[in-house]
Design a protein around this ligand. Structure first.
Ligand SMILES: C[S@@+](CC[C@H](N)C(=O)[O-])C[C@H]1O[C@@H](n2cnc3c(N)ncnc32)[C@H](O)[C@@H]1O
Length: 225
């Protein structure tokens, strides 16, 4: 069920946005808040995804972290991390690159060209599909949703309206413009969930792990029913 869009009573604060852009794992940058890294960790353990699809690679640190966490949990998993351009892939990520991580270029607006029907039918479940390119969210959910099975998950990232727009490489937050990704992501998620009523549920175990929607990914932990 899609809950109301009221902001969390305490939840995430703008000041936490800085830390979100300073997170590292083994010297690789990751664009995730500490709270969401804990929530991902819980989801990894409970779901034990055989396939992880990350849309939006950026530095690649996130994929390395996910691979490391899943290996520690003895989950046999393959990570497919796609970006429209891989020029931001960090040298440290290239040094470490676990063998079960595949980085490749592709466009979220033409997702069916990269994640073809044939490929998706061959990928083992459970799936964890992470939308972090902030583009074509409804189209992405429809495309992967067509091949999802009961128990698979979407994570739709950075839905929170207080996500800062301009972040420096050092984590500095510039300007007062916070409303960029969140509102359009909410509209697209809501559209998908209303088009697929009773097929998906926002999993409040994860969204409310740190209090009501205490996550940058408000309403964004979604289970295929
Ligand atoms: C927020 S970053 C991803 C952060 C990363 N997942 C992490 O947790 O560290 C968003 C990425 O999406 C990519 N992107 C933007 N538009 C895209 C598109 N149309 N298709 C694929 N990737 C795109 C950008 O190049 C950027 O690297």
């Amino acid at each position: 069920m899609f809950q109301s869009l009221r902001l969390p009573p305490r939840g995430i604060d703008i000041a936490q946005g800085k830390g979100k852009y300073l997170m590292q794992h083994r010297g690789c940058s990751i664009l995730k808040g500490a709270d969401d890294m804990v929530i991902f960790h819980e989801l990894f353990w409970r779901l034990r995804p055989a396939t992880v699809i990350e849309l939006g690679t950026f530095t690649g640190g996130s994929a390395v972290w996910m691979a490391d966490m899943l290996r520690l949990m003895e989950v046999d998993s393959t990570i497919y991390s796609m970006d429209i351009e891989l020029s931001n892939l960090e040298e440290r990520v290239k040094e470490i690159k676990p063998s079960n991580v595949h980085f490749f270029e592709g466009n979220s607006y033409e997702i069916e060209k990269t994640f073809t029907s044939e490929m998706l039918q061959s990928l083992p479940h459970p799936w964890l599909v992470i939308e972090d390119a902030h583009t074509n969210i409804n189209g992405i959910m429809n495309h992967f949703g067509s091949y999802m099975k009961t128990g698979d998950y979407f994570i739709i990232k950075d839905v929170h309206p207080n996500l800062p727009r301009d972040i420096g490489k050092d984590g500095s937050i510039y300007g007062d413009d916070f409303e960029t990704i969140g509102p359009s992501a909410i509209i697209e998620m809501k559209k998908f969930l209303s088009q697929h009523a009773n097929e998906y549920a926002v999993d409040s175990f994860y969204t409310d792990f740190f209090g009501y929607n205490g996550t940058w990914n408000m309403h964004g932990y979604i289970r295929k029913m």
